[in-house]
Design a protein around this ligand. Structure first.
Ligand SMILES: NC(=O)c1ccc[n+]([C@@H]2O[C@H](COP(=O)([O-])OP(=O)(O)OC[C@H]3O[C@@H](n4cnc5c(N)ncnc54)[C@H](O)[C@@H]3O)[C@@H](O)[C@H]2O)c1
Ligand SMILES: O=C(O)C(=O)C[C@@H](O)[C@H](O)[C@H](O)COP(=O)(O)O
Ligand SMILES: [Zn+2]
Length: 394
């Protein structure tokens, strides 16, 4: 069970083979995503085999290092690698250039050369930062993703989007840099707090909405099982999410088109993350609010049926995710508009959005939307904040 402590393998326990989802990139750059319970205990040689040189720099944070670092380090040591450690402060507010520098410092201090491998042990913040450090250190070294949060297992560890935040915009400094492999030990979720677990479910819902109606229908039935940490249900959600992400990334690695659909709810959501102060909202929570806003806007333009709007609201609430901002939110219409204007999907000054259109599982990436509908959606969500403020004062 996900909540159980991690058993060490014994000769009486037969290790189940991991499930493998492939990310089929061009020019033979395919890489595997291994998914399974207790993989760090039962399949350590597979993980170590993806570090090609002698030196391995494992990067984690102050929360995850005490839980899993020694185990991961011993895997590489047992395989004869020389290991180095870098422990970063925990939190989205540290996903920045000064903190990134700690990784370069550690690598340079120890004389790591271009044959080294960086290992990202943690959630999406660590994965994005280590990926970007690997993309830029000596113009590019190998890296491996060992995701430990739902968000990282279902989304961020796959696809090679790496980077850090800037005060003026989310993930604004970064690069596309694919990992050698993604190694998902689902048992590490046993220590993930509930709030972080729910945040990851937000991106699982995204796959259903943008491209996989049967997966969405499955989620409508199975989210309670995810919330109660049913291991089999989680394994299926992770596998189906990784399959969806791998297909999209394989079709459009560098986001020339269809990959942008993975950004559903993110233009509104990133504005909320930045405007509220990085770290106030978890990424998945902000994406949930953004998904509600993108759905509202799609409905205002008549692109989706009222029943689909209801289903989106219902599934976000079922996952106990926020669908609106609270009374103490600093967000204003002006903040939304100005923060959304620095989104990476802006092309030649024109904002493009992912919006739902048609039946469940269909969306569009377009600049061809009604500006008034966008403004009405933003005003509507800001008015909710104001109404809550008023109610709190009375
Ligand atoms: N590159 C991409 O494609 C992509 C996709 C989605 C999200 N992201 C990025 O990922 C970040 C969000 O990821 P996240 O939700 O994992 O946040 P996170 O990395 O901050 O992790 C959430 C919290 O859970 C802790 N944690 C992680 N695993 C744990 C475990 N097993 N046990 C106990 N605590 C654990 C972390 O230390 C942190 O406190 C954002 O910066 C977002 O922009 C990137
Ligand atoms: O992999 C992608 O492509 C995504 O858009 C996945 C998103 O969930 C993720 O939050 C990503 O980091 C957002 O990308 P950005 O380009 O909008 O910063
Ligand atoms: Zn996201």
């Amino acid at each position: 069970f996900l909540l159980a402590p991690h058993p060490r393998p014994t000769s009486l326990l037969a290790a189940a083979a991991p499930e493998i989802v492939s990310v089929p990139l061009a020019e033979g750059r395919n890489y595997p995503i291994y998914i399974g319970a207790d993989l760090l205990d039962t399949d350590s040689e597979t993980l170590a085999s993806h570090a090609k040189g002698n030196d391995v720099l494992i990067v984690s944070n102050t929360k995850i290092a005490p839980l899993y670092l020694s185990r991961v380090e011993s895997i590489f040591k047992s395989a004869g690698k020389k290991t180095y450690i870098c422990v970063l402060p925990d939190g989205e507010e540290y996903k920045d250039l000064p903190t990134l520098n700690m990784i370069y410092d550690e690598a340079l201090k120890n004389g790591l050369d271009r044959k080294c491998t960086f290992v990202a042990l943690g959630g999406g913040v660590i994965g994005d930062m280590v990926g970007y450090a690997a993309a830029s250190y000596q113009r590019g070294v190998d890296f491996i993703q060992v995701p430990t949060s739902v968000m990282a297992m279902v989304d961020s560890s796959v696809g090679g989007k790496t980077g850090v935040n800037h005060a003026l915009g989310k993930n604004m400094i970064g690069a596309f840099h694919q990992p050698n492999c993604v190694f998902i030990d689902t048992t590490t979720l046993s220590t993930l707090p509930d709030r972080e677990l729910k945040s990851g479910i937000s991106e699982i819902i995204k796959y259903g909405l943008i491209r996989d109606a049967p997966f969405f229908e499955w989620q409508e039935k199975n989210i309670p099982e995810l919330l109660s940490r049913n291991p089999a249900t989680f394994a299926e959600a992770i596998r189906r999410s990784c399959e969806n992400k791998a297909e999209v990334v394989a079709a459009d690695e560098k986001e020339a088109g269809v990959r942008a659909t993975l950004n559903l709810g993110h233009t509104f959501g990133h504005a909320v993350e930045n405007g509220s102060g990085y770290g106030h909202w978890l990424h998945g929570e902000a994406v949930a609010i953004g998904t509600a806003m993108a759905t509202d806007m799609s409905a205002r333009m008549g692109w989706i049926s009222p029943s689909l709007t209801t289903r989106v609201q219902k599934i976000l609430k079922l996952a106990d995710l926020p669908t609106e901002l609270p009374a103490d939110s600093p967000m204003t219409t002006e903040m939304f508009l100005s923060l959304m204007s620095v989104d990476k999907k802006v092309a030649n000054g024109v904002l493009r959005l992912i919006l739902l259109k048609g039946d469940l599982g269909n969306c569009v990436f377009t600049s061809d939307f009604d500006d008034d509908a966008m403004k009405q959606t933003i005003d509507h969500y800001v008015n909710i904040i104001d109404a809550k403020k008023q109610a709190a004062q009375n």
